[in-house]
Ligand binder design. Structure first.
Ligand code: S3P
Length: 168
């Protein structure tokens, strides 16, 4: 039991949008760790950060990741920080499912993250915060990924085709 494919990458890289399109193309379920966390907590990611703090969010995220890695034949999108803990890194390296990293530049992501859309880590100086997180996380994303897709200057349908190509 494991997901058909796991999408990782930073905030704004399109994991949810692309994941949903890939899932519907394959006729299988789409799962997203942030959505599951929100369902379980009964509140939004922003409210969890605000009311309970980031540490509590990361605890929930770890539990959700552990459970979702057992979801069978799904397209699973991970929140940008979900693959970062040491435990998550080992689990993702060990799993047979292909892990695809959606790589995006600051220039491409900037217009998407300017207006905060439930992204508590990007509340102040979104571009600067995004870049700082990305500098720390890029080597981790790269080391976990079985494939990297450069999503810059590509349409959604081109990216979906590239994901499907990896899965062939
Ligand atoms: C986070 C990314 C978000 C969400 C939370 C923290 C991160 O998910 O899990 O705001 O640490 O990068 P998306 O990557 O889906 O925006």
């Amino acid at each position: 039991m494991a997901p058909r494919v796991i999408l990782i990458g930073p905030m704004g890289s399109g994991k949810t949008t692309i994941g949903q399109l890939v899932a519907s193309n394959l006729g299988i379920a789409f799962r997203d760790t942030d959505h599951v966390i929100e369902e379980r907590a009964g509140k939004s990611v922003s409210d969890i950060f605000l009311e309970d703090g980031e540490d509590e969010f990361r605890i929930l995220e770890k539990k959700v990741l552990r459970d979702e890695l057992l979801s069978d034949d799904t397209v699973l999108a991970l929140g940008g920080g979900a693959p970062i803990s040491v435990d998550a890194q080992s689990a993702l390296r060990a799993i047979a499912s292909p892990v695809i990293y959606l790589d995006i530049s600051l220039a491409t992501v900037a217009p998407r993250i300017g207006f905060n859309r439930d992204r508590p880590l990007l509340l102040h100086n979104p571009r600067g915060q995004w870049q700082t997180l990305m500098e720390a996380r890029r080597p981790i994303y790269e080391s976990i990924a079985d494939s990297v897709i450069d999503v810059n200057e590509k349409s959604e349908s081109e990216i979906v085709s590239l994901v499907l190509e990896v899965l062939k």
